[in-house]
Write a protein that binds this ligand. Structure first.
Ligand code: CA
Ligand code: CA
Length: 406
């Protein structure tokens, strides 16, 4: 039976620290406790609580400040020209997927500090930039949607981690009233707060799950084409297996997100807003209290609301984070650069380690979310890396799948 600690038991690791902090705290409805483990979510993986809107993205009218803003002149130092493999699409494209030919590319990102919308984080775990080769594969052109996930659940009667009450034996000392099924939801304060304390904008909400993204009173009715959220890593794995697919490796995800182009900052180029146009669902306004939704969406956007990359992939930057198959370590790239681990179809390290939260098992997440902003986390930038505790979902974490050529 699936339970909150299944994945950890398989890995013989500790219980998830985040859930312990949340559930062992008094008053699970408030953001207390969420945070220490939110470091896991390094920056942007904050959830999305705001009202989802189907309002289309506004027309691109640059403001005076936008027009005056100097655009980044990016020199992709350290990036070698991407060499695409010659294997053409094998045909019979699976519905909703795109063929990625594979090839050899430079993986990682430059220090984004100092470029417009680059934020203040050095992103050291995404360096050194190094050469990696991946084979061809199919990849979903969008994040997995509520409709797709619903089809999976109806076919299999699968129950997600967030729908299962935490077991007392897994959370010793927790007040019984706190052992209720739920998930983590972004809950913005009504005033400016220091960005050093995540506790102020996260909450463990009983009854929050993929069917009720913001809590029991919320619904996905009418949001069939929104990305599914509140999926833990093993939930995503279960869906992928049912669909005859798998999660992408981190290298595959980055290769696909770059669209065959060398060293760009964003999937669409090197300007965050070319001609003033919003190209991804991120955060505008003062984080976390004010979301002005200038890009058209205060919360999650339906898939395909922004232009795709060169491979036809939507929302590889922003909207919701996307699980990848690899364990997270900050030294993965250095080991690959040193020749200590493979750079041909790499599958990541054998174990997880995050110095910010030793002992917490984390997998890679990519692309940032609608909560990303250069005030806090700019992981909408290509090549940046995220990470998440494996049994924790959130209302800004989803996934997309890949499929191998038969
Ligand atoms: Ca937005
Ligand atoms: Ca995304």
């Amino acid at each position: 039976m699936t339970n909150r600690n299944t994945q950890n038991q398989k890995q013989d690791g500790p219980s998830p620290k985040l859930l312990h902090k949340l559930i062992n705290s008094t008053g699970v409805q408030i953001g207390i406790g969420i945070c220490a483990a939110l470091l896991l979510w390094a920056c942007c993986r904050l959830a999305i609580p705001m009202k989802n809107t189907s309002t289309p993205a506004p027309s691109p009218t640059p403001t005076a400040s936008e027009q005056k803003m100097p655009q980044a002149k990016i020199t992709p130092v350290g990036f070698e020209t991407t060499k695409l493999a010659s294997n053409a699409s094998p045909g019979n494209t699976p519905e909703g997927m795109a063929w990625i030919p594979g090839g050899t590319f430079s993986m990682g990102c430059l220090d984004p500090r100092g470029i417009p919308y680059g934020g203040d984080k050095p992103m050291t775990d995404a360096r050194p930039i190094h050469s990696v080769t991946v084979g061809g594969f199919w990849i979903d052109t969008t994040e997995v949607t509520n409709e797709q996930f619903k089809n999976f659940v109806e076919a299999t009667e699968y129950v997600t981690i967030a729908e299962i009450p935490p077991r007392p034996e897994d959370f010793p000392g927790a007040p019984p009233e706190n052992l209720v099924a739920g998930s983590i939801v972004f809950t913005p304060p009504d005033r400016p707060v220091p960005l050093s304390n995540h506790l102020q904008w996260w909450a463990y909400v009983p009854g929050a799950n993929w069917r009720h993204p913001l809590g029991p009173e919320s619904t996905i009715e009418g949001k069939e084409n929104f990305p599914v959220v509140h999926v833990a890593f093993e939930d995503a794995i279960a869906y992928a297996k049912w669909a005859g697919k798998r999660l992408p490796t981190e290298a595959e995800w980055e290769f696909a997100s770059r669209g065959g182009i060398t060293g760009n900052v964003y999937p669409w180029g090197n300007e965050f807003r070319p001609n003033g146009k919003w190209m991804a669902n991120t955060w505008q306004g003062q984080f976390p209290m004010q979301n002005t939704a200038e890009d058209g969406f205060a919360g999650i956007a339906p898939v395909r609301q922004y232009p795709p990359n060169k491979y036809g992939l939507h929302d590889v930057s922003g909207n919701v984070w996307e699980w990848c198959a690899d364990w997270y370590r900050p030294d993965t790239y250095q080991k690959q650069k040193n020749g200590e681990s493979s750079t041909v179809n790499p599958t990541g390290p054998e174990t997880s380690f995050d110095p910010q939260e030793p002992g917490v098992e984390k997998r890679i997440q990519r692309g940032g979310s609608f909560l990303c902003t250069d005030q806090y986390c700019s992981r909408y930038i290509l090549g940046t890396r995220g990470k998440g505790e494996v049994s924790s979902g959130c209302n800004h974490i989803g996934f997309r799948c890949v499929q191998d050529m038969q």
